[in-house]
Design a protein around this ligand. Structure first.
Ligand code: ATP
Length: 199
């Protein structure tokens, strides 16, 4: 699995459609200070479902929409589309290429799409957790974050490694199954009561 392209429009400093194409292996984005390099990483985190303005270095979620500049007026919509190469089947969908898109309007709220079809945030998160690209996006390491990782508690570090290894999905399923088993046990107890009353 590797990222193939990222298309950004109306997101942070990218007022016009801007397309980034990636190759397998190492890719580098270079440019002067303030030219928008970190905004590209923010766009990546955002389309993968990042929640909370601080994850995107903003004051509020709406700060992701182009606020105007260089003689261009503010826009009312931000859209980011990411195309992932899935030839190795890392993501559990039967397509060799998967497109994820997220759109936000200035009125608020986000729309997600998977391969052009409307999807919920939870669908995107479930799909990505197969590849260790879970909710907390530990696969994206921002400036200053390394320090936080190195100085975090052992429990925090374990959580981080589990998230990156894609274990969180199984933990969630385990807890859902345990709840269902508990409910089933309650039903069985009640059934036994009824059976003993009848006998
Ligand atoms: P450095 O090398 O200093 O870390 P950088 O290349 O990573 O810089 P970014 O932090 O990605 O730069 O981009 C900062 C620029 O993005 C600033 O000029 C800022 O005004 C602009 N910017 C951020 N959010 C918006 C927005 N919503 N609308 C318009 N411009 C924005």
């Amino acid at each position: 699995m590797h990222l193939k392209s990222l298309s950004v429009r109306g997101f942070k400093s990218f007022a016009s459609v801007t397309m980034f194409e990636f190759e397998p292996g190492l890719n580098a984005i270079v440019g002067p200070n303030g030219s928008g390099k970190s905004n590209v990483v923010d766009a990546l985190a955002w389309v993968l479902g990042a929640q909370g303005a601080s994850a995107l270095r903003g004051g509020s979620m709406k700060d992701v929409i182009f606020a105007g500049g260089s003689g261009r007026p503010a826009l009312g919509r931000a859209r980011v589309e990411l195309v992932i190469d899935n030839t190795d089947g890392s993501l559990a969908l039967p397509y060799t290429e998967i497109s994820l898109a997220r759109t936000m309007f200035s009125a608020g709220g986000s729309d997600y799409e998977i391969n052009g079809n409307p999807a919920r945030l939870s669908d995107v998160q479930e799909l990505l957790s197969d590849a260790g690209l879970g909710r907390e996006l530990h696969s994206l390491v921002g400036q200053g974050q390394l320090d936080k990782i190195l100085h975090g508690s052992a429990a925090d570090r374990r959580e981080l490694i589990e998230e990156a290894a894609g274990l969180v999905k199984y933990r969630k399923r385990q807890s859902k199954t345990a709840t269902r088993l508990e409910a089933m046990k309650g039903n069985l107890d009640r059934l036994e009561d009824v059976a003993s009353e009848l006998s």
